[in-house]
Design a protein. Sequence first.
Length: 117
Amino acid sequence: MNDTTSNDALAALARALAHPARLSILRVLAERQTCVCGEIVDVMPLAQATVSQHLKVLREAGLVRGTVDGPRSCYGLAPDALVHAARAFAALFDALAEAPACACPPGACACRPDAGC
């Protein structure tokens, strides 16, 4: 796993990405390819307060940047943070995929006797 990304940091990113509405918000921001001011609420089937809460979670995770100018808020993706997150998760999953499936002696697997390991 990437030594520069702790398990706590990966878990925080995973929590931020662990809601379908937040994934939808990220996709909307990516499709617009620019900062979005207020339009997110127009394309989401959620109340403005709910969208704001989801944006707050994404901002706190560093995946979205936002500016507030009075009643107007504008949001955009944070590309550097997204690249870092992608690399960190890729490193984790690459390491997991390379790990052996089971270290038990043949026929002695206590977790799944039918596994054949």
